[in-house]
Design a protein around this ligand. Structure first.
Ligand code: ADP
Ligand code: MG
Length: 660
């Protein structure tokens, strides 16, 4: 045990932040706001909160709050700090992310997502329980970070005793300093090694294949001791495909070379780990494992490994040049995840991962010309490219009358703010004067998107809140149906057994109910090609939301299998996301006139007669636009929300125009 402690201490003291410990603390003591800049891995996230704690910043009974843009990071970093402090998680060190609270009244250092801190600001405007707030990874400029910074700017005037620490990679630091009245900056001196950068000679058409080739090539042509490999991919899907393909390719090679004597031989000198947000926690921590020197690690990551998580020992980086970004198009008023070229700042962060422990090599799977011609210098902040309805609802609940005057560090497009106001008005969260309605106030108290809050609250009137609670919980988790390679037909057939005519929402409800009547069995899930882990997660979320409902006196009522009532209720929250059949298989979006179609995974996809009107939960933009999670609705329900009227008016106007 004492050996372990010595080890931990030695590791902590070897981090670059340690040499600056005293300077950092005195800067924080002397200033209300401090900007701290440092290379990834210098110890900002794990060390600074501990320094503050050791230096007595919690002795007045208040606590240290640290925000992270990502759920995974909040969780992983809290666990690491608890381990370093030799305490149990949920005791002195805790974390809170949406639907998971691992903090307690003993917690002195609390990690959380920035969204959680925003919710806390809603309940306690002055964030009184905190003596220090550290906004970590601020350079990522996530929506919630930006909103939090605006709120803090105001709060610091009222709470002169509150310390704000903003930590950032090197980009953007000046902007934060200016925003907070020229707050002082401190750069943690770090040691980084040069990284040799290689570009692709020709544009790459399949970056998964290119990455696989490159990784296999590095592994076969360098010594294992020369270091580990980190591959940046865009999202869960291509991370998984890359992981599997590298494994297959290497097995094949080893077999050919005759390294394997029996067909059951496995790759012994290599560990291949995927990492992405939705990966189960027990698998996430594997990437930090120290391997025996006879083994090499290949980590395939989303941009989570760009700055949030530091993996030691990386010498080779392979960068596909893309990431998945939430993009909002204010003209059509829709949010979508899109695979987008990264910015130069991201590219440099990614390459930099190779030079932490020794000189490294980065392989960029794009051409040098494309960097000069096509890449932005830095990424456009999320607040300027995403849907703001949740944010606007939050600002309204914080008592901000005119959201156009909120101190945004970068102003979002006015069009986006206006279309969020429109959405909130159309679902009844704000009135004609832009004031929060009673319903809007209730909506803001639920940890859900405005549309989902609306249908959950409305479902009490409709008498179907038990069913709606299940639907909302099921919507909060990714992908529940599996479609394993080689068994597509079989799994599609299983899936279709759950379909409820004309509604993916009801299909989700049906899956849950059947799972329940099979006593939540994992075996049953496997048989039906359903991810049991996702369903358990949905059940967790359902229980958490149930507790929230109880605390807000929202009654639980069941309507059994009266599907029409449930569809009607869903419609009340999605009238701004409605589409009308136009032609054989195509739909047009009611408000914007944009053309779309039903996604092949939908229960409606194969239907002979498609319903004339539908609402949808999500829009997927790939080669064309798809509606994901769709429910057929009665046009009269839409009329109630006056949206169809709008459509009819527009058609009349168009008719007049063409005939006149
Ligand atoms: P920064 O925030 O400046 O990027 P961190 O505080 O996250 O740096 O990381 C400091 C060191 O702690 C790194 O060497 C990193 O590898 C190590 N570390 C962080 N999390 C873990 C973990 N869960 N397990 C093992 N080591 C970790
Ligand atoms: Mg960090």
């Amino acid at each position: 045990k004492s050996n372990y402690k010595e080890d931990i201490n030695a590791t902590r003291q070897s981090l670059p932040a340690y040499k600056s410990r005293d300077a950092l603390l005195s800067m924080i003591r002397e200033n209300q706001v401090s900007i701290i800049i440092g290379e990834t891995g210098s110890g900002k996230t794990t060390q600074l909160p501990q320094y503050l704690y050791e230096d007595g910043f919690t002795s007045n009974g208040k606590i240290i709050g640290v925000t992270q843009p990502r759920r995974v990071a909040a969780m992983s970093v809290a666990k690491r700090v608890a381990q370093e402090m030799d305490v149990k998680i949920k005791e002195e060190v805790g974390y809170t992310i949406r639907f998971e609270d691992f903090s307690s009244s003993n917690t002195k250092i609390k990690f959380m997502t920035d969204g959680i801190l925003l919710r806390e600001a809603l309940l306690d405007n002055d964030l009184d329980k905190y003596s220090c707030i550290m906004i970590d990874e601020a350079h990522e400029r996530t929506l919630n970070t930006d909103v939090m910074l605006g709120i803090l700017k105001d709060l610091l005037q009222r709470r002169k005793d509150l310390k704000l620490i903003i930590t950032s990679a090197t980009m953007n630091a000046m902007k934060f300093s200016k925003f907070f009245g020229n707050a002082p900056q401190f750069t943690i001196p770090g040691r980084t090694f040069p990284v040799e950068i290689n570009y692709s000679k020709h544009p790459v058409s399949d970056y998964v294949e290119a990455a696989v080739k490159q990784a296999v090539n590095i592994h076969m042509s360098t010594s294992i001791q020369s270091g580990d490999i980190l591959i940046f991919m865009t999202g869960q899907e291509d991370v998984e495909v890359t992981t599997d393909t590298i494994r297959e390719r290497l097995l094949e090679l080893y077999r050919k070379k005759g390294d394997f004597t029996s067909p059951n031989d496995d790759l012994e000198d290599i560990e291949i780990y995927p990492i992405y947000s939705a990966l189960a926690p027990e698998f996430q921590n594997r990437i930090f494992r120290k391997l025996d020197i006879s083994k090499r690690k290949i980590v395939i990551a989303t941009n989570i490994a760009e700055t949030s998580l530091t993996i030691d020992g990386i010498r080779y980086v392979i960068d596909c040049g893309y990431s998945k970004l939430k993009v909002y198009n204010p003209r059509i008023g829709l949010d979508a995840l899109a695979t987008t070229p990264i910015s130069l700042a991201n590219a440099n962060q990614r390459s930099g991962r190779a030079g932490r422990t020794a000189p490294g090599v980065a392989y960029r799977l794009y051409t040098e010309e494309s960097v000069e011609n096509d890449m932005y210098t830095s990424t456009i902040p999320e607040i300027q490219r995403t849907n703001l309805s949740n944010t606007v609802l939050l600002l309204k609940s914080l008592g901000i009358k005119n959201v156009l005057c909120f101190p945004f560090i970068d102003m979002p497009p006015i069009q986006t703010l206006l279309s969020s106001l429109y959405e909130l008005w159309s679902i009844g969260a704000i009135d004609n004067f832009g004031e929060l309605t009673k319903l809007g106030t209730e909506m803001s108290k639920l940890p859900l998107q405005p549309s989902l809050s609306k249908i959950l609250l409305k479902s009490v009137e409709f008498g179907c809140s038990a069913e709606m609670l299940i639907i909302v919980s099921m919507l909060s988790i990714p992908q529940i149906f599996q479609r394993p390679k080689g068994r597509e037909k079989e799994s599609d057939k299983e899936r279709s057994r759950f379909f409820i005519a004309g509604s993916d929402h009801l299909t989700l409800l049906n899956v849950y109910l059947q799972w329940k009547s099979n006593r939540f069995s994992t075996k049953w899930c496997t048989k039906c090609f359903i991810q049991s882990r996702s369903l358990s997660k949905a059940e967790d979320i359902r229980k958490q939301l149930l507790r929230v409902m109880e605390s807000q006196n929202i009654q639980l009522k069941s309507i059994g299998s009266n599907w029409d009532v449930i569809r009607h209720c869903i419609c009340t929250g999605f009238s701004h996301q409605a589409a009308k059949l136009s032609g054989l298989k195509r739909y047009v979006h009611l408000r914007t006139g944009m053309h779309t179609q039903i996604h092949p995974t939908s229960a409606l996809f194969g239907m002979g007669d498609l319903p004339p009107y539908v609402i949808y939960n999500e829009l997927l933009m790939t080669s064309s636009e798809y509606l994901v999670c769709v429910t057929a609705v009665d046009p009269f329900w839409l009329m109630e929300s006056s949206l169809l009227m709008y459509d009819i008016k527009k058609q009349n106007a168009e008719n007049e125009y063409s005939t006149g």
